[in-house]
Design a protein around this ligand. Structure first.
Ligand SMILES: [Ca+2]
Ligand SMILES: [Ca+2]
Length: 101
């Protein structure tokens, strides 16, 4: 009787840990859904790729306008963004490609 109760508690803890782990994944996947259509598809990758190489500010020391294609929504890596759209942001979108389809 006591071992069944312990097994039940262990099973409940296991299920709770799986649910908690998946909540983090789902939130990350939703973060990569830039257009809010509940899936991460080529449109989301395209939006990130369009901003690739941009920064949240223009560097006056260069002739290039770094913030011309800046899109703050696609700055998802590291968490909270870093002011640069680079391969790590694009990788994050591609990591969740196919979610919701
Ligand atoms: Ca989408
Ligand atoms: Ca970034």
């Amino acid at each position: 009787m006591k071992s069944k109760a312990i097994s039940g508690i262990v099973l409940a803890l296991l299920i709770a840990s799986i649910v908690i782990a998946n909540i983090g994944t789902v939130l990350a996947q939703l973060e990569a859904d830039f257009d809010g259509d509940k899936d991460v598809d080529i449109q989301d990758v395209r939006r990130c790729a369009r901003a690739f190489g941009s920064m949240d500010h223009d560097d006056p020391a260069t002739s290039r306008i770094e913030n011309a294609t800046w899109d703050p929504v696609v700055d998802i890596f590291p968490e909270g963004g870093d002011g640069y759209i680079n391969i790590f942001d694009l990788r994050q979108v591609c990591k969740y490609y196919g979610y919701g389809t």
